[in-house]
Each structure stands twice: as structure tokens, then as C-alpha cells.
Design a protein around this ligand. Structure first.
Ligand code: GDP
Ligand code: IMO
Ligand code: MG
Length: 445
């Protein structure tokens, strides 16, 4: 199944989330780097809406912009043109990593074509959410300015990271900020959104400070650099943010993020040809979570049981701290996500989290009184779900790193899942049993 690529040139492997984000992608990127075959890790979409947790030696680092290769000292870190860069977060993460003993600046390369998130984008994000809340239609964004930043980019009025080194940047910034302030005032006047001028001024000062740091970083034509590395025979890992179910084109629009999450976007978000892509790794949890607005058909109906998963799985957002809604494993959406993304290898996380004796698995969605074969356009069309019941396995598998020590009910669950996905040509390669980088066991063919 593995694609053959000429020995002389390197390849790109991709890792994406198969659910609604927070599947544990950061941990699996770090795990894959353990093989030593990758010389770099690249973010290709999204921004600081991502929160990728790395746990090691009782320490924690949460990456929002810095790719999850940061703990491997020899690995280059790339921020591609498809990313919307929150420069304040970037500077903060670099400082946090320095405190943890990891030097980043000499190996971090940022595309000059990446999009810059301005200090007013998060306020526009909040204003738009405020407006949507009037109609009860909040998306529940991370308030990191993702939608407005991608919106400005598509409207061709945003700024690119490389713009900061051009003399017209100052004027461009003034013009765009004026436009943003006009939008905010409109939200204030027409809808009652409250503008906090003090907060905005603080954000502005921090943003300009961070821009001065950004100017000293390695801003380059990243597409050339990556192509050069590939021509040197080096391999790169592309790190997806969010999850396929949040993809702007294929998720439950508008309850999605503002970028394409699909591996197809690696080519556009880094500036490489599709021919260099080799494996596509998909990450899923043993159950399902979602944070934010919109429908969630697999959600556990019994609130007490949902709470058990929330607490036992520590299901609180890495970026916003919001509690995540918990659902049963949703095989119907998983098959949709695998089909769209061409995943050939799967990581399962949180197999240590199963706080109930009995569990369910969602195998189908009901639309118009019938079980649908195709994923519906809108999730609010779903009136019920088809489930299958299984035995749970408790929390006994925490930290298990050898398949021989896995509890029988979990083995049955993994076999069941394998069968349910058997026609999709995917292989389950590794199962996570805890948050630490050492907490997993591998499955051999
Ligand atoms: P990401 O956005 O996909 O990188 O995932 P997040 O970091 O937002 O959320 C995943 C959470 O689960 C983090 O708190 C991780 O430390 C934790 N985690 C990852 N894998 C496992 C696992 O196998 N078991 C448990 N219990 N926690 C895990
Ligand atoms: P990682 O990479 C989980 C969700 C938000 C909201 C919707 C739109 O850590 O898996 P946005 O701020 O992107 O405009 O919000 O998408 N969302 C995520 N949920 N994990 C993420 O990233 C997410 N990034 C965005 O909660 O529902
Ligand atoms: Mg996350």
C-alpha cells in the first residue's frame, strides 16, 4: 500500500485529525519523529485556533503556531503559506520553549506568503460571534481571529508575513486597521457589541512588539526551501490542525473552521506538488469530542455518562479551556473523513479512557426517517443515530505500552473497528494509552 518514491528525492507524510479536532495530533507528530526519518515538520493551514499538547517528563507544552516537532532538537520547523500567523502567540511559544530548554529560532522558517493575523482580527471574530448569537447561531470559534484573517486574505486586503519588510507596510496596516475599526463600530452601533478601547490598545502594543521579534526571524520563500530539502533526499512531516469534520468545504458549514483541513491542502499550504505525498496518517480518539456550536449527532445523551468521559478524558480545550462535548465513537463520520482524506494509517488515542462498563458506537445517521448512505449537507438534518452496543474496558489500559497487556474488551473493540473499516484500505498502527509521549502501543500487521 505504501507509495514508492524515488530514493533520491524525499517525501512528505501528512498527519490529520479525523474527527472534530483535539484527537491528539501533537503527541502523534512527536511520536512519528521518533523514527528519525523526518528532517522537518510543517504546519500548512489554520492558526492559533490549534492547540497541540506535548507531554514529556512531567512537563507540558501546547503549540498553537510552532509545529509539534519542537521537542526534537534537530528537526526544522516550518510555518507554511496556508497558515494565518498569530505573531503574539508565536513569540510567546518560542519563549516558553526556551524556558523548557528547546531552542527554536535557528530552525524555524516562516513562509513570506503566510497570512498575518492583525491585532483587530480577534475582536472582529468576537463581534461576528456576538452578531451570530442574536440569531442563536454562534459557531463557538476560538476567538483567535481565524475567520476574519482568512476573510481578509480572500478579499485581497490582508497582509502577508513578508509584507512587514516592505516600506508600504505601515500605510497598509493603518488602512486595514481603519477599515477593521469601522466594522467594529458598525457592530457597536447596529448590534450593541461593546468595544473595549483599552484592551484594543494593549493588544496593539503587544502586536507591534511581536512584529519587531518577527522581523528578526527567518522569513523566506518556504516553498523553495521545502523543495530544496526534498531534493536533498530529506523527508518532511506535514502537521494538520483541527480535524476533517471542521473542513470549510466538507464539514457542517458554517460550523467549521475557515481553512481546508484535508491533506489535499498540504500542496497549496506549503507550495509543493501532490506527487511528493506518501503516507497520510489519520488520528482519532476511541470516542468522539467536539467543542463549539453546531450539531453533534454522536453526542452521549446521558449527561452523567458524558460527564464521566469529560472528566476521565480531561476534555477541556487546549486553546480556550472550554469543556468539550463527548460522544460515542462515530464510525459513520469517520468513514466519511477517511474517504475524503485518503488516510492509509490510523492512530487511535485515549484508549485508556473508558469510564463505563457498556459503550455504544454510532454506525449510521438517520435523515428523513431513513438511515442515510451519504453524509448529509447539514447535521441538523440528522434526526437520530443507529448504534451498536459493546462492552467497555474501564481505565485499566492507562500507560500500557505492550499489546500483550491490553485488556480483552479493548482488543475486541480494536478488532471490531478494523472490521468496520476493512474496505477502506486503512491500517491501525498505534494506540494511545495516556498523554505522555511514551504512552502508546504499536500494532503490527
Ligand atoms: P491535538 O489538538 O489533536 O494535538 O490534541 P489536544 O492537545 O488539543 O488534545 C488532546 C489531549 O489529550 C491533550 O491533553 C493530550 O495530552 C491528551 N492525550 C493525547 N493522547 C492521549 C491518550 O492516548 N490518552 C489520554 N488520556 N490523553 C491523551
Ligand atoms: P486542534 O488543531 C478543536 C473549532 C472551534 C469552532 C470552529 C471554528 O487543536 O485540533 P475557529 O476559531 O477555527 O474559527 O473556530 O472550529 N476549532 C477546533 N476545535 N480543535 C481545534 O484545533 C480547533 N480549531 C478550531 O471550536 O467550533
Ligand atoms: Mg487541540
Amino acid at each position: 500500500m505504501e507509495k514508492k518514491i524515488s530514493k533520491k528525492t524525499g517525501f512528505i507524510d501528512v498527519l490529520v485529525g479525523l474527527q472534530w479536532g483535539d484527537e491528539g495530533k501533537g503527541k502523534n507528530i512527536d511520536q512519528l519523529l521518533g523514527s528519525g526519518i523526518y528532517s522537518g515538520v510543517a504546519r500548512f493551514q489554520g492558526g492559533a485556533n490549534a492547540g497541540h499538547t506535548l507531554k514529556f517528563e512531567d512537563k507540558t507544552f501546547i503549540g498553537h503556531i510552532v509545529p509539534s516537532g519542537c521537542l526534537q532538537k534537530d528537526v526544522e520547523l516550518y510555518v507554511g503559506n496556508g497558515v494565518v500567523v498569530d505573531v503574539v502567540s508565536l513569540v510567546k511559544e518560542i519563549a516558553e520553549l526556551k524556558n523548557l530548554g528547546f531552542e527554536v529560532l535557528s530552525r524555524l522558517y516562516i513562509s513570506d506568503r503566510a497570512k498575518l493575523v492583525s491585532y483587530l482580527h480577534p475582536y472582529l471574530d468576537q463581534a461576528e460571534e456576538f452578531y451570530r448569537s442574536k440569531g442563536g447561531k454562534m459557531i463557538g470559534t476560538t476567538a483567535r481571529g481565524i475567520g476574519p484573517a482568512y476573510g481578509d486574505s480572500r478579499a485581497r486586503r490582508g497582509f502577508l508575513v513578508g509584507d512587514i519588510n516592505f516600506p508600504d507596510f505601515e500605510q497598509k496596516e493603518k488602512d486595514l486597521s481603519e477599515l477593521h475599526m469601522n466594522f467594529l463600530k458598525m457592530y457597536e452601533k447596529e448590534y450593541g457589541f461593546v468595544i473595549d478601547e483599552n484592551k484594543i490598545n494593549e493588544a496593539k502594543v503587544k502586536w507591534f512588539q511581536a512584529l519587531r521579534e518577527l522581523k528578526k526571524m527567518q522569513i523566506c520563500d518556504l516553498s523553495y526551501l521545502i523543495q530544496k530539502r526534498l531534493s536533498e533526499g530529506k523527508n518532511i512531516l506535514a502537521e494538520g490542525a483541527q480535524g476533517i469534520m471542521l473542513d470549510i468545504d466538507f464539514g457542517d458549514y458554517p460550523n467549521v473552521t475557515s481553512s481546508n483541513v484535508l491533506p489535499a491542502n498540504v500542496c497549496l499550504g506549503l507550495g509543493v506538488s501532490h506527487s511528493v505525498i506518501r503516507n497520510v496518517y489519520g488520528v482519532m480518539k476511541a470516542y468522539t469530542t467536539k467543542v463549539g456550536g453546531g450539531d453533534f449527532p454522536a453526542r452521549i445523551k446521558d449527561t452523567e455518562v458524558e460527564n464521566l468521559f469529560q472528566v476521565s478524558g480531561g476534555e477541556f480545550g487546549a486553546t480556550t479551556g472550554r469543556p468539550r462535548m463527548c460522544g460515542w465513537l462515530d464510525i459513520f463520520s469517520l468513514r466519511y473523513a477517511i474517504g475524503l482524506s485518503g488516510v492509509n494509517k490510523i492512530f487511535i488515542n485515549k484508549a485508556d479512557v473508558c469510564p463505563t462498563d457498556k459503550i455504544e458506537v454510532v454506525t449510521g445517521y438517520e435523515v428523513d426517517g431513513k438511515i442515510t448512505k451519504e453524509f448529509p449537507l447539514r447535521l441538523n438534518q440528522v434526526t437520530g443515530v443507529e448504534t451498536e452496543k459493546m462492552l467497555g474496558w474501564g481505565n485499566a489500559n492507562y500507560g500500557v505500552s505492550d499489546v500483550k497487556n491490553v485488556s480483552p474488551a479493548l482488543v475486541t473493540y480494536l478488532e471490531y473497528l478494523k472490521n468496520k473499516l476493512s474496505d477502506l484500505n486503512v491500517e491501525i498502527v498505534s494506540v494511545g494509552t495516556g498523554p505522555d509521549r511514551t504512552h502508546f502501543f504499536e500494532l503490527k500487521k
